[in-house]
Ligand binder design. Structure first.
Ligand SMILES: NC(=O)c1ccc[n+]([C@@H]2O[C@H](COP(=O)([O-])OP(=O)(O)OC[C@H]3O[C@@H](n4cnc5c(N)ncnc54)[C@H](OP(=O)(O)O)[C@@H]3O)[C@@H](O)[C@H]2O)c1
Length: 298
């Protein structure tokens, strides 16, 4: 099986690449690297890449992920998060191929007394959330064979995410103030990549057409709890020299351009029932990520 992996240089892409290689030959693409450099926001280049690679399966973690910048650049964000997946899906329909796509907890808003399920009503509060939701809807309507995984608060030991930012500041002995009134399901990118491969090995049991699953760390943390635990464990593992103080603050005192949901916990029961596997807890996910971090600096 030939697999085209987009966004191969992103944090999820980098975790997917070695795992997808257990299923077939992976051809990678990214804006600035991979086997084929390609700007996927240009449908002509995108189709050229697809026709050249002729993948049996497309795995698409490429996305516009700059949540706050999206408020100022909605057109570019919608082009990548809504239009690009729908172009991939059109090609899959024409060629009778399958694709995997990723979406976000930011399609939800407000509060619940339980985790969000796949079919709960959506109500994005930001341009990014709206663009990802419209991407989902475009895929649903495309008629393509699509596996869509919604995840939340993705992090890894690579630069450019919440965990690496927090530990970078801790390493420089900077004290931290972190929001304590938003609760979610922090998800290690390796956990999501594993779950993606598990679902792909079971793909013959999926319904034809569009299937969606929530995949996230099990349990719930606020950003403040996440940061506090990360600093504590990183210090114990010698990744940072000092267990800096992590002070809780209210979102109102940490102005951000895009609104975030205050309750972002995802219910992953559908995934666990379908695969028969229990997903790691938020704490186990963090531990696995930090252990990988330790290995990467050895
Ligand atoms: N990060 C989160 O907290 C989070 C939470 C929930 C869901 N998700 C979803 O999970 C998926 C993976 O996210 P991630 O955190 O791994 O994202 P990421 O690290 O930002 O990676 C996205 C990748 O897409 C590439 N890309 C951007 N614009 C492109 C273009 N025009 N043409 C080709 N490639 C382009 C980027 O390349 P450059 O780096 O060169 O720009 C990057 O390699 C996304 O669908 C995201 O919406 C993420």
């Amino acid at each position: 099986m030939r697999i085209l992996l987009t966004g191969a240089a992103g944090q999820l892409g980098r975790h997917l690449q070695p795992r997808l290689a257990t299923l077939g030959d992976v051809v990678s693409t990214d804006l600035h690297g991979g086997d084929f450099r390609c700007d996927l926001s240009d449908p002509r280049l995108l189709n050229k890449t697809l026709n050249r690679v002729q993948p049996d399966l497309i795995v698409n973690p490429a996305a516009w992920t700059a949540v706050d910048r999206a408020e100022d650049e909605p057109e570019a964000c919608f082009r990548l998060n809504r239009d690009m997946p729908s172009w991939l899906a059109d090609w899959c329909v024409e060629q009778d191929r399958m694709m995997v796509h990723f979406s976000t907890d930011y399609v939800f808003s407000g509060s619940l007394d339980r985790g969000w399920r796949e079919d709960d009503p959506t109500d994005p509060q930001s341009v990014y959330g709206q663009s990802k939701l419209e991407g989902e809807l475009a895929l649903k309507q495309s008629g393509a064979n699509v596996l869509m995984l919604r995840t939340a608060w993705l992090y890894s030991h690579f630069p450019g995410n919440f965990l690496s930012a927090i530990l970078g500041r801790a390493e420089r002995s900077e004290s931290l103030r972190v929001v304590s009134d938003q609760t979610g399901s922090p998800t290690w990118a390796g956990l999501l990549a594993d779950a993606c491969v598990t679902l792909l090995t079971l793909r013959d049991e999926l319904d034809a057409g569009y299937s969606s699953f929530h995949v996230a760390g099990q349990g719930a943390w606020t950003w403040h709890q996440f940061a506090s635990r990360a600093v504590e464990r990183a210090f114990e593992l010698d990744l940072i020299d000092q267990a800096v103080t992590v002070d809780p603050i209210a979102s109102a005192n940490w102005p951000q351009k895009a609104r975030r949901p205050e309750w972002s916990v995802l219910d992953c029961e559908r995934y666990q029932q379908f695969t028969g596997q229990t997903l790691p807890t938020v704490d186990e996910g963090l531990e696995a990520c930090l252990q990988q971090w330790v290995q990467s600096v050895c």
